[in-house]
Write a protein that binds this ligand. Structure first.
Ligand code: IPM
Ligand code: MG
Length: 371
């Protein structure tokens, strides 16, 4: 018996989570485990009616679970950033989910925009650092005439422009990226371990040629962890270059490890080469704590309640959830059942089909039970 928390959230979130639960329950039936779901009412509706994003009670209650199954948040009535930072990023940071694991894998039967590439070419994992870098939320905006200017801001102002900071016409904004030795070590170690279970190749992605303080430290840590893993082949690449190679030679990659913001960017690129955002799952992992599993796409409010959203990314995230709980057989049965639904043409509009969200969920669930 597993106790799992679920947050449907906004837009298409509740529909895709419903299909994911259907599939995970089927996997439980087939592989002899039960799931006890606890649903949390968190998202735009509650925020709009009560002003609450995440309460201390929410966080305390969610902390009792090893896994959270998360749909999506984002609503056209709420200013961009409020729900993203107040809910999604808050959960990632609060539970110290320092690994954001995103498989970039072209499933059988899915078409990719990359000419001449197939499932044997597109099969790698991105390990995105998930608690540091430019996501730490340290930044500010100020005008020259504002009285309370921190020393660091004063320095920045002069370093950047050498301007007269007394002038009201001048305005400046900055955001600080932070990498800590331990923050880098733990996620890089995770990536080395993962590469050891795969094709034994690890690529580090950064921008150490320009942002040399933060990513200089990142490289130093990478090299020191690499020394403990002589069986893994390693390479450093710059983030701008890696976007070229993802498109031209995706088969070069096995495991890719990268700081938070570059990981955000290159996994959207990865999602496209694996067939689209409707097919891209992600896991926010704290190996010893509470992890969260989600599709990497957003809440697509304009498709809310229409039964047209592709539930595959969410179902696949559910497979990652079971894998994290140690149900490896059930996890791979889910991915096989997704491939079966694609082979049989039971796919949603974004993949050229006519099936509804719930048709896909039911089909995948049945494929698991029939095996
Ligand atoms: C993602 C998303 C989030 C991120 C947003 C919604 C805060 O783009 O999961 O990739 O930037 O991490
Ligand atoms: Mg993103």
């Amino acid at each position: 018996m597993y106790k799992i928390a679920s947050i449907g959230g906004d837009g298409i979130g509740p529909e895709i989570i419903a299909e994911g639960k259907k599939v995970l329950d089927a996997a439980g039936q087939r592989f002899s485990f039960d799931i006890d779901w606890t649903d949390f009412d968190i998202g735009a509706e509650r925020y709009l009616s009560s002003g609450l994003l995440l309460t201390d009670d929410d966080l305390r209650d969610l902390g009792k679970f090893k896994a959270i199954y998360f749909g999506a948040i984002g609503d056209e009535r709420v200013m961009p950033g409020i729900l993203e930072k107040g809910i999604l990023l808050r959960i990632r940071f609060h539970f110290d989910q320092y690994v954001n694991l995103r498989p970039i894998r072209l499933l059988k039967g899915v078409s990719t925009p990359l000419a001449g590439k197939g499932p044997e070419d597109i099969n790698f994992m991105v390990v995105r650092e998930n608690t540091e870098d430019f996501y730490v939320g340290i930044g500010s905006r100020f005008r020259g005439s504002e009285k309370k200017i921190l020393e660091i801001e004063r320095e920045l102002y002069h370093a950047t422009f050498g301007l007269d900071i007394q002038s009201d016409a001048e305005e400046l904004a900055y955001q600080i990226g932070v990498i800590t030795r331990e923050g880098a070590r733990r996620v890089i170690s995770y990536a080395f371990e993962l590469a050891g279970t795969r094709r034994k190749k690890l690529t580090s992605v950064d921008k150490a040629n320009v942002l040399s303080d933060v990513y200089g430290l990142w490289r130093e840590v990478f090299s020191s962890v690499a020394a403990d893993h002589p069986d893994i082949t390693t390479e450093f690449t710059f983030v701008d270059a890696v976007t070229m190679w993802f498109v031209k030679n995706p088969e070069w990659f096995d495991v890719v490890v990268t700081p938070n913001m570059f990981g955000d960017i290159i996994t959207d690129l990865g999602a496209m080469i694996q067939g689209g955002l409707g097919l891209a799952p992600g896991a926010n992992i704290n190996p010893g704590g509470t992890s969260m599993f989600e599709p990497i796409h957003g809440s697509a409010p304009k498709y809310r309640g229409m039964n047209v959203a592709n539930p595959v990314a969410t179902i696949w995230a559910g497979s990652m959830l079971l894998d994290q709980l140690g149900e490896h057989e059930a996890a791979s049965a889910i991915v096989q059942a997704i491939e079966r639904s694609i082979a049989d043409g039971v796919v949603t509009r974004d993949m050229g089909g006519t099936a509804g969200t719930s048709d896909v969920g039911s089909y995948v669930a049945r494929a698991i039970l029939e095996k």
